[in-house]
Design a protein. Structure first.
Length: 377
């Protein structure tokens, strides 16, 4: 674990609307990207405003750079000199791009010559060389946000707060800017808290993730922990573990257990539907089974070379089923399979054509035990 640039302890903020933000504990590490992810209205932006001293908490502590900053007797100016923020709207002024980028330095009466290396690096990485003399009003949304990011980053903040900075940008510009931003943050080693409701964005950018729902942290941990080992049903659904099944542990030994699965529209557990998973839960424990769609492999049940087919699936849990739907899902196809319970898999159009998949076709779905995550129901 690295050094902590920010700690939040028993933080509470109440609103007349009835919404309450209550964060028992959270921290951000130096030179890492912490992504706050959650649905709209969950409290992500509220938390950013509290950290940025735009609002005051009702109780609790915010410790930034080793100092308590949530009290009433703090020097807000000195704290804000160490923090830069970029929001959904770029908030640029009616002057040139060049002057907008240098605005923070001008306010702080600092010379560009002391920041020339950072300036040149950011102008190049954010592709602003040809825009410096332009008025921001003549720029696209993506270009405006590039200017806002350059203005924030040239100040070399100890903490960068990014509140959905790519939300109002078209898809192509968004993907390009996201890649450039990730490259910049990693090159500059900037401690960052990034807010989004887009799990794909979180997967690309994050070192650590905090999942927020209704003002509470549902789960905090590394990117892989949160995406691969969700702690509850809300987190599992939000991070894309679309296959959620109910079951009961019937056998457990050496961190491997067998789980009996509940069939669709049936309160009874089916003795024929049993999977193996890596877990130390005890027998009789009721659990939820979370499987990511990309971890499910599909096999043509009519494959002529049975020996090859069997060799491919010997290390997997397998389910026989019938394809009930195939839908477009970006560059992948979303395939729904009825195995007595619904399973969702993602596959490429080429793979679907190669396997000869269509609605109504019988298929085998396979998933490895170590790709299955269990949590208590």
């Amino acid at each position: 674990m690295g050094s902590k640039i920010l700690e939040i302890i028993k933080l509470v903020k109440k609103y007349e609307s009835g919404f309450v933000l209550k964060i028992d504990y959270m921290h951000a590490e130096e030179n890492k990207i912490l992504v706050l992810i959650g649905p709209n209205g969950s409290g992500k932006s509220t938390l950013i405003r509290l950290i940025n001293l735009l609002e005051k908490p009702d109780s609790g502590n915010i410790i930034f750079d080793g100092k308590q900053i949530s009290g009433s007797d703090i020097d807000k100016v000195s704290i804000r000199k160490k923090i830069s923020a970029v929001f959904q709207e770029p908030l640029l002024f009616r002057t040139s791009v060049y002057n907008n980028i240098l605005l923070g330095l001008s306010i702080r009466r600092q010379k560009l010559s002391d920041f020339k290396d950072s300036f040149d690096f950011l102008i190049k990485k954010l592709k602003l060389q040809k825009l410096l003399n332009r008025n921001p009003r003549s720029l696209s949304g993506g270009e405006q946000q590039r200017v806002a990011l350059a203005r924030a980053l040239i100040l070399n903040p100890k903490l960068l707060l990014l509140d959905e900075p790519l939300a109002n940008i078209d898809q192509i510009s968004r993907e390009e800017l996201r890649a450039d931003l990730f490259d910049i943050l990693k090159n500059m080693g900037r401690s960052t808290i990034y807010v989004t409701h887009d799990r794909n964005e979180a997967m690309i950018l994050a070192d650590d993730i905090a999942v927020i729902n209704e003002g509470r942290i549902e789960q905090y941990g590394s990117k892989n922990e949160v995406f691969r080992k969700p702690e509850n049903e809300f987190v599992a659904k939000f991070v894309g573990a679309e296959n959620l099944l109910e079951g009961k542990i019937i056998e457990s030994s050496n961190n491997v257990c067998k789980v009996k699965i509940k069939k669709k529209k049936d309160e009874h557990l089916d003795n024929n539907l049993i999977i193996s998973a890596i877990s130390n839960y005890l027998p009789e424990t009721r659990v939820m089974i979370a499987i990511r769609p990309e971890d499910i492999a599909l096999y043509n049940i009519e494959m002529q070379n049975i020996e090859i087919r069997n060799e491919l699936i010997t290390d997997k849990n397998t389910f026989h089923g019938i394809i009930t739907d195939i839908q477009d899902s970006g560059i992948f196809k979303k395939i729904e399979i009825d195995c007595g319970f619904k399973i969702i898999s993602y596959d490429t159009p080429n793979s679907i054509e190669r396997l000869g998949l269509f609605i109504g076709k019988k298929i085998i779905a396979g998933v490895k035990a170590d790709s299955i995550h269990l949590f208590k129901k």
